[in-house]
Write a protein that binds this ligand. Structure first.
Ligand SMILES: *Cc1c(COP(=O)(O)O)cnc(C)c1O
Length: 369
C-alpha cells in the first residue's frame, strides 16, 4: 500500500504552491523554435555583466575546490564601510529571498501570524506558510500598502510584518512620513521587515532609506539584493541589515556556506562599480518612461512605478491571450494571477531596443485580437 506523503507534511506546506518564476528564454526558444527571444519577465538588469564582475568571477574560479568563507568576512567588510553599519549587523543570504525565509523560520511558529499587504511580493506568503504560521493580508489602497490598516491588524500573535518598498509587482512605495508613523505604532517585539530590493533605482526625496531608521527602531530589518540594479540575479546574493541580536539569531538557522564564493567576489566588485550602477539606473529611468508612454499610446494604463517594471492593465482585453500571443512573438512578460491581478501583465524594463520590440509586438497583438 502506498503512503499519502502529503499527509505527513505540515498544514502550511500543504497550502503552498511552488514559486513560479518568469519563463526562461531557453524554454520558449526550445518550445517555439525561436532564435531571438526578449525576456522582460523577471525584473533583471538588462545591461548584462560588467567587466569588473567578470574579472572577479574568473579570479575566484581557482578556489572553487574550497568551501567559501562561511562568515562572508570580506563582503561584509565592504558593505559595512559603504553603508556605515557594523559587520555584525549584516546577514548574507542566497538572494534576499533566503533572508526572508530565515526571518520567518526564526520568528514564526504555529499560532503566530505575519502581516502583509494584498498584491505584495509573493515570497512573503511562501515564507510564512513554510513556517506553518498564518498570513494576515491587508487590502491594498491605490495598489500600495495601507500601513495604518496594517498597524491596526497587528495582534498578540503577530511576530512579523513585511513591507515591500517599493512593492513588486505594483511598483508603489511608502514615503518616509507614513513609514515612520507606522513604526511608531508598532510594538518593539514585532519585527518589521523592510524589503528594499529596488531601492537603488529610486530618486524621490520622500523615499525613506531604511538604514537611517535602524537606530530609532531596533525591531526593523532592512533587506537588499544584488539581483536587480547590481545585475547579479544568477549568482543569488542578498543581505539584511538589522540589530546585531537579530543577525545573530538569523545566523543560527542560516545554512552553512549559503552564499557561494563567486557570488561574494562578484558582489564586492559590483559594489565598487559605481559607474555600472549609475548607467543601470539611468537606463531604467529612461526605459520606465519609454514603456509607460508606449503603453499609454496603445490606449493602456500602467500603475505608476518606481521599480524596474510596470504592471499594465489589460482589463479590456483577454489578458491570458495577450500574454500567449506575446510569447508566440518571442516576448516574455509576467502574468500576475497569483498576485490577485489577473487582468495585469508585469513588464520589466529592458534595453531601449527590447522595450521597442515589446511595444511593437504588443501593438500587433492588440491589432490582431
Ligand atoms: C526580486 C525581489 C527580491 C529578491 O530577490 P533575490 O534575487 O532573492 O535577492 C526581494 N524582494 C522583492 C520585492 C523582489 O522583487
Amino acid at each position: 500500500m502506498s503512503c499519502d506523503f502529503y499527509s505527513l507534511s505540515h498544514d502550511g506546506i500543504r497550502q503552498m504552491a511552488p514559486y513560479q518564476g518568469g519563463k526562461p528564454i531557453e524554454e520558449l526558444a526550445r518550445e517555439l523554435g525561436l532564435s531571438k527571444v526578449v525576456k522582460l519577465a523577471s525584473n533583471e538588469n538588462p545591461m548584462g555583466v560588467s567587466s569588473n564582475v567578470r574579472k572577479a568571477c574568473s579570479d575566484a574560479l581557482a578556489s572553487l575546490g574550497r568551501y567559501p568563507d562561511g562568515s562572508g568576512f570580506s563582503l561584509k567588510q565592504v558593505l559595512s564601510n559603504k553603508l556605515s553599519v557594523k559587520p555584525e549587523q549584516i546577514t548574507l543570504g542566497c538572494g534576499s529571498n533566503d533572508i526572508l525565509d530565515l526571518l520567518a523560520r526564526v520568528f514564526l511558529q504555529v499560532d503566530n501570524n505575519a502581516v502583509i499587504s494584498q498584491h505584495a511580493f509573493i515570497v512573503y506568503k511562501l515564507a510564512i506558510q513554510a513556517a506553518n504560521a498564518q498570513i494576515v493580508e491587508i487590502p491594498a489602497v491605490a495598489w500600495g500598502h495601507d500601513l495604518d490598516a496594517m498597524a491596526a491588524a497587528i495582534d498578540k500573535h503577530t511576530k512579523l510584518v513585511f513591507i515591500a518598498n517599493p512593492n513588486n509587482p505594483t511598483g508603489t512605495y511608502v514615503n518616509r512620513q507614513k513609514l515612520e508613523r507606522f513604526l511608531d505604532q508598532v510594538s518593539a517585539n514585532v519585527i518589521v521587515v523592510l524589503d528594499e530590493a529596488y531601492g537603488e533605482y529610486i530618486d524621490h526625496a520622500d523615499y525613506p532609506d531604511g538604514l537611517e531608521l535602524l537606530e530609532k527602531y531596533p525591531n526593523l530589518v532592512v533587506t537588499r539584493t544584488f539581483s536587480k540594479a547590481y545585475g547579479l540575479a544568477a549568482l543569488r546574493v542578498g543581505y539584511s541589515i538589522s540589530n546585531s541580536d537579530i543577525a545573530e539569531l538569523l545566523n543560527r538557522v542560516r545554512a552553512p556556506f549559503n552564499v557561494n564564493s563567486l557570488a561574494m567576489r562578484a558582489a564586492e566588485a559590483a559594489l565598487n562599480d559605481t559607474d555600472f550602477l549609475e548607467r543601470s539606473v539611468a537606463i531604467n529611468t529612461q526605459g520606465l518612461l519609454q514603456l509607460t508612454e508606449g503603453v499609454n499610446c496603445l490606449g493602456l494604463k500602467a500603475i505608476p512605478s518606481v521599480g524596474n517594471f510596470i504592471a499594465v492593465d489589460f482589463s479590456d482585453n483577454d489578458t491570458t491571450s495577450v500574454y500567449e500571443s506575446l510569447l508566440a512573438k518571442g516576448v516574455i512578460v509576467r502574468p500576475l494571477g497569483v498576485y490577485d491581478m489577473s487582468n495585469y501583465l508585469r513588464v520589466s524594463v529592458g534595453l531601449p531596443e527590447e522595450n521597442t520590440v515589446f511595444l511593437e509586438s504588443l501593438e500587433q497583438v492588440l491589432a490582431d485580437g
